[in-house]
Design a binder for this molecule. Structure first.
Ligand SMILES: *[C@@H]1O[C@H](CO)[C@@H](O)[C@H](O)[C@H]1NC(C)=O
Ligand SMILES: *[C@@H]1O[C@H](CO)[C@@H](O)[C@H](O)[C@H]1NC(C)=O
Ligand SMILES: *[C@@H]1O[C@H](CO)[C@@H](O)[C@H](O)[C@H]1NC(C)=O
Ligand SMILES: *[C@@H]1O[C@H](CO)[C@@H](O)[C@H](O)[C@H]1NC(C)=O
Ligand SMILES: *[C@@H]1O[C@H](CO)[C@@H](O)[C@H](O)[C@H]1NC(C)=O
Ligand SMILES: *[C@@H]1O[C@H](CO)[C@@H](O)[C@H](O)[C@H]1NC(C)=O
Ligand SMILES: *[C@@H]1O[C@H](CO)[C@@H](O)[C@H](O)[C@H]1NC(C)=O
Length: 467
C-alpha cells in the first residue's frame, strides 16, 4: 500500500515567526501534501505562508490553503500565489432545521442546531438580549447576544431572543407587538435534512477573486465543502476530542487536501501542479438539481466566487491532459510581478535570472490551468495567451476545443484540435481575446477540450475589459 503523508499546519496559536520552521519541519518530515487552514494579507515575499509554500513546492510538496472568510466582497482572497492551491467554501447537501414553538402555538422553522432536549420540557419565558445584559455591555452587542454581553444569572431559565439584523428596533417592536403578556417558547430537537437541494452553493463568507495582488492569475482555484462540517475541535485550554459543526474555508481546504492525497495515491509520480490541474479542469459547475452552481443570493456563481468549480475527486483521477507549472514558471511569475533578481535569488536559493522583457502582463502566460487577464484594452488588437499541456490519458488522443464566451468577448483557440501520440506527449495552443462590446468589467467563460469520449478538460477564464 502506498502511504501519502499529509501535513497540517493550523493557525491557532501559531505566530508568524514560527511558521517558517513549521514548513521546514514538514518538508523535513517528508510530507507529500500540506494543508494550510490559515493565512494573512501580504505581498508574496512578505508573506511567510507564500514563502514557506514556495520552498515546499520546490521540494515537491503540494500546498493547499484556505481562500479566507472575507466574502462576499470582491478581491478578498488570500493565499493567492500561483504555487498554492487556493480553496473557497460551498454548502453540502445536508442541513439542520430547528423549530421554535411559541407559547401561542405559532411555530417558526429555521436552520440551526439545538443540542438541548427541550421536547419534553416545559416552555420557557422569552427574554430579549438587551434585557438580560450585563451592566457593562453595549446595548447593540447585547441585542445580538454577542459573546460575554449577557448576564448568566439573568439568562438562567429563559430562552434569549437574539437579533442579528441591523434594523434592531423594528424587529423588537414587531415581536413585542405580537407577544401578549409573558411570551414563552420551546425549541424542538433539531432535525437533519439529508439530500438537501440545491447544493452546493458558494458560501457567502467565502473570499472572492480577483486576487488582490494580481488579476492575472485566476483565484480562488476551486471550491469544496465548508459549511456546517462536522469536525473534531480542540477548544483552547480544554480537554480535546470534542466535535462540532464548523464553517469556513478552514474546513473546505482539508477536503481538497484529502482529494489531492487520493489522486497522489493513484498517480504517485504526478507533481503538485498536475494534481491541481486535474482537480481544476474536472471540477463541477452544476448543483444537485442539474442547474449551474449559484452563490448565496441565488445568482449563477462566477469563477471569482468558485474558481474552476466544486472539486470532483473521482473525475480528477482521469483528467485526460494536465497543465504543468514548473518552479521555473513560478520564478518567472515573481519576475513578471516586479521582484528584483536579487530578491528572487535570495528567496528561492537558485541561480535564476529574470528576462529583460519581464512585465506584469506576462503573468497571464504562466502555464496555469485557468486564464486571467486583468486589463484587456477595448480598443487594442487581441491579447494572446499560450498554454502547453501534457497528456496523461490514452497515448493516441485527439481533443477539440469548444469555447463558451460571453457576447462581449471574441475568444479564439488555435489550433482548434490538438493531437497526442506516442512521440507527442506535450502540445501547445494559443487563445486570443478581443473585446466586442463597449461595456467594461470582468467577463467570464470557459474552453472545454473534448476527446469524443469520456474526457472533458475545462479551462475557465476571466477577462477584465477596460477603457
Ligand atoms: C430527552 O428526554 C427524553 C425524555 O425525558 C429522554 O428519554 C431522552 O433520553 C432525552 N435525550 C437526551 C439526548 O437527553
Ligand atoms: C448591576 O446593576 C445592578 C442594579 O443597578 C446592581 O444591583 C448590581 O450589583 C450590578 N452588578 C454588577 C456586576 O455591577
Ligand atoms: C449596523 O449599522 C450601523 C450604522 O448603520 C453600523 O455602524 C454597524 O456596523 C452595523 N452593524 C452590523 C452588525 O452590521
Ligand atoms: C451573488 O452574485 C450577484 C451577481 O454577481 C452579486 O451581486 C451578489 O453580491 C452575490 N452575492 C453573494 C452573497 O455572493
Ligand atoms: C544569470 O546571470 C549571471 C550573470 O549574468 C550568470 O553568471 C548566470 O550564469 C546566469 N544564470 C542562469 C541560470 O542563466
Ligand atoms: C522574453 O524574453 C525571452 C528571452 O529572454 C524570450 O524567450 C521570450 O519569448 C520573450 N517574451 C516575449 C513575450 O517577448
Ligand atoms: C497509437 O497509434 C499508432 C499509429 O496509429 C499505433 O501504431 C499505436 O499502436 C497506437 N498506440 C496505442 C497505445 O493505441
Amino acid at each position: 500500500m502506498l502511504l501519502i503523508r499529509l501535513g497540517i499546519i493550523l493557525g491557532m496559536g501559531l505566530t508568524l515567526l514560527r511558521l517558517r520552521p513549521a514548513f521546514d519541519d514538514a518538508i523535513h518530515d517528508g510530507v507529500d501534501i500540506l494543508s494550510l487552514s490559515l493565512g494573512i494579507e501580504a505581498p508574496y515575499l512578505q508573506d511567510p505562508v507564500a514563502i514557506g509554500a514556495f520552498h515546499a513546492e520546490e521540494n515537491g510538496v503540494m500546498v493547499i490553503a484556505s481562500a479566507g472568510n472575507s466574502g462576499p466582497l470582491p478581491s478578498t482572497a488570500i493565499n493567492t500565489a500561483p504555487w498554492i492551491s487556493t480553496v473557497g467554501a460551498s454548502t453540502i447537501d445536508r442541513t439542520f432545521v430547528s423549530t421554535v414553538l411559541l407559547g401561542n402555538g405559532k411555530a417558526f422553522q429555521g436552520s440551526g442546531i439545538s443540542l438541548s432536549n427541550l421536547s419534553h420540557s416545559k416552555i420557557y419565558p422569552l427574554a430579549f438580549g438587551k434585557d438580560i445584559a450585563t451592566n457593562l455591555s453595549v446595548v447593540s452587542q447585547a441585542r445580538s447576544c454577542s459573546g460575554g454581553s449577557l448576564d448568566p444569572r439573568k439568562i438562567a431559565g429563559r430562552i434569549a431572543v437574539c437579533i442579528t439584523s441591523n434594523s434592531t428596533v423594528s424587529y423588537e417592536t414587531m415581536i413585542l407587538a405580537k407577544a401578549k403578556g409573558n411570551p414563552t417558547a420551546t425549541i424542538l430537537p433539531t432535525v437533519e435534512v439529508p439530500r438537501y437541494k440545491p447544493a452546493p452553493i458558494v458560501a457567502s463568507f467565502s473570499s472572492r477573486g480577483p486576487g488582490p495582488l494580481t488579476g492575472n492569475i485566476l483565484k480562488p482555484d476551486v471550491t469544496a465543502p465548508g459549511v456546517a462540517i462536522l469536525a473534531a475541535i480542540v477548544p483552547f485550554g480544554e480537554k480535546p476530542a470534542d466535535y462540532g459543526f464548523m464553517s469556513g474555508t478552514s474546513m473546505s481546504c482539508p477536503h481538497v487536501s484529502g482529494a489531492a492525497a487520493f489522486i497522489k495515491s493513484v498517480h504517485p509520480t504526478w507533481t503538485s501542479s498536475m494534481i491541481k490541474s486535474a482537480l481544476m479542469t474536472t471540477a463541477s459547475v452544476y448543483d444537485n438539481i442539474g442547474k449551474p452552481l449559484k452563490n448565496d443570493s441565488g445568482y449563477y456563481a462566477n469563477p471569482h466566487e468558485m474558481g474552476a468549480g466544486e472539486i470532483s475527486p473521482h473525475n480528477a483521477l482521469n483528467p485526460g491532459f494536465v497543465f504543468e507549472t514548473t518552479t521555473k514558471g513560478y520564478l518567472r511569475f515573481l519576475c513578471y510581478y516586479g521582484y528584483s533578481n536579487k530578491i528572487i535569488k535570495a528567496m528561492s536559493n537558485t541561480n535564476f535570472n529574470c528576462s529583460k522583457n519581464s512585465s506584469h502582463k506576462l503573468i497571464s502566460n504562466i502555464n496555469y490551468p485557468s486564464i486571467s487577464i486583468s486589463k484587456l484594452d477595448r480598443h487594442k488588437v487581441a491579447t494572446i495567451v499560450k498554454r502547453t499541456v501534457t497528456n496523461v490519458g490514452s497515448v493516441n488522443a485527439t481533443y477539440a476545443a469548444n469555447v463558451q464566451a460571453p457576447s462581449g468577448l471574441a475568444v479564439n483557440v488555435y489550433p482548434k484540435k490538438i493531437e497526442f501520440s506516442e512521440n507527442k506527449k506535450k502540445v501547445s495552443f494559443k487563445v486570443s481575446f478581443k473585446s466586442k462590446d463597449p461595456d467594461s468589467g470582468y467577463n467570464f467563460g470557459s474552453i472545454t477540450w473534448w476527446d469524443g469520449q469520456d474526457n472533458h478538460v475545462r479551462m475557465v477564464f476571466a477577462v477584465n475589459i477596460v477603457q
